[in-house]
Design a protein around this ligand. Structure first.
Ligand SMILES: Cc1cc2nc3c(=O)[nH]c(=O)nc-3n(C[C@H](O)[C@H](O)[C@H](O)COP(=O)(O)OP(=O)(O)OC[C@H]3O[C@@H](n4cnc5c(N)ncnc54)[C@H](O)[C@@H]3O)c2cc1C
Length: 383
């Protein structure tokens, strides 16, 4: 049986794609390796832009998510600064007449809301099914499955988080030689929706408001992370406060410290014969700018639009896939280049970089047009 679209991976990006196709009177099959009700990466929090919220609203997921206690924390302002240098800027939602600049969302709650929306829309997900390879002929795509018959479709959309299921997609990998040290932190006073991004000698530190606490993401070398993880809670908090200065008002408690390696990994081409990779399978970005998930959701929305704009016969055709890839090129490369550039400029401890980056922050703060353009690009991407 030839389906119209086979989606490999019903994580946040694959599920959003399936929901965005729901009104299209199409035969869509969704496959996911995880068991029904299981959530991978449940401990993770995702940084969502305002534009990403609009995508989730369009597929009916946002109201479900927003109704879950502490699943969504609005970011009302972002305070950006650097240690040991001048320059500071504050991006505020109110300046852009928006309810929030972005949101911190629990991966577990988002996945549960997406699963419920898929069930509500009558989209069946085949859980516990692992794709071992995805290949294409000019006529159809074939998804080979572990212990089950292959699935064929006009188009295979791979959102498996790594792109590992697709044969022959050239990938580029850059190891930053850094790790992200993450933890949960509590302050004596409520966070009021203010996020902090501070560039320090040891690497960028982000504090994101999450429920009643802050989520810490601190980028550093693996050796330094080992030392920091070995400290007791009080010594760790003292070290963090030294880097952060007085801007947050200190911390009272810390929990769940851990670290993971940071890479930039991307597919050189996102489309092949009858197949496309999207989301983290297409690009896995450094978390410094919180762009990865947002670019992934825009992949899903863009691909759904390209499929819905095609006749059934044209789904998965070379012309359709090339038009989709063209429509995503600027935003995707901008996300990759912006994130990579930010790591280079702000992750570096070269003293001569401190001055220009201080100037950039000051200019951003004093030039409303530049600030608006920067904020809009962070929220909606580049087209
Ligand atoms: C280590 C790490 C930490 C991160 N931390 C943050 C963070 O703090 N904040 C943030 O905003 N973003 C973070 N990200 C990015 C964020 O997790 C991703 O942007 C988001 O998960 C992408 O969603 P996705 O649907 O593309 O992939 P995933 O979330 O990886 O979902 C992939 C889905 O595909 C399924 N699958 C996998 N392989 C197969 C297969 N062979 N066959 C069938 N199904 C399969 C999986 O079961 C899963 O459901 C992080 C990423 C990494 C790698």
């Amino acid at each position: 049986m030839l389906h119209d679209v086979a989606i490999v991976g019903a994580g946040p990006v694959g599920a959003t794609l399936a929901l965005s196709l729901a009104d299209g009177d199409l035969d869509v099959v969704v496959l996911d390796a995880r068991a029904r009700g299981e959530t991978l990466r449940g401990e993770r929090s995702l940084a969502l832009s305002h534009g990403a919220r609009l995508i989730l609203e369009r597929c009916g997921v946002w109201p479900m998510l927003a109704g879950v206690m502490e699943a969504v924390t609005p970011i009302l302002a972002i305070d950006v600064s650097q240690a040991g240098g001048f320059g500071m800027t504050r991006l505020a939602a109110a300046e852009h007449s928006l309810p929030a600049l972005g949101y911190v969302v629990s991966y577990r709650a988002l996945q549960a809301a997406l699963d419920a929306a898929l069930a509500h829309a009558g989209i069946a997900v085949r859980h516990g099914v692992t794709a071992t390879s995805v290949g294409g002929t000019p006529a159809y795509a074939a998804v080979a499955l572990e212990g089950a018959d292959p699935v064929t479709a006009r188009l295979a959309a791979v959102a498996d988080g790594t792109g590992a299921a697709v044969a022959g997609v050239g990938r580029q990998r850059h190891d930053y030689g850094q790790v992200a040290l993450v933890a949960k932190l509590w302050r004596p006073v409520p966070h009021s929706g203010v996020a902090y991004e501070r560039f320090t000698r040891d690497g960028p530190i982000a504090l994101l408001p999450e429920g009643d606490h802050y989520g810490l993401v601190w980028t550093m070398t693996p050796g330094r992370a080992e030392e920091m993880l070995a400290l007791d809670d009080a010594a760790f908090v003292a070290a963090l406060e030294r880097h952060f200065g007085a801007r947050t008002g200190g911390f009272t408690r810390i929990k769940d410290r851990r670290s993971f390696p940071l890479m930039l990994e991307f597919a050189r081409a996102t489309v092949g014969t009858r197949c496309v990779v999207l989301g983290n399978a297409a690009q896995t970005l450094h978390p410094v700018a919180g762009q990865g998930f947002n670019v992934g959701l825009r992949d899903a929305a863009g691909l759904a639009q390209a499929v819905l704009d095609s006749s059934r016969e044209a789904i998965g055709s070379r012309a359709m896939l090339e038009a989709y890839a063209r429509s995503r090129r600027t935003d995707r490369w901008a996300g990759i280049a912006f994130t990579h550039g930010l790591v280079g400029v702000f992750g570096s401890d070269l003293p001569w970089l401190r001055w220009p980056r201080g100037l950039a922050l000051t200019l951003l703060d004093t030039l409303p047009v530049a600030k608006r353009a920067f904020t809009r690009a962070m929220m909606f991407g580049l087209r």
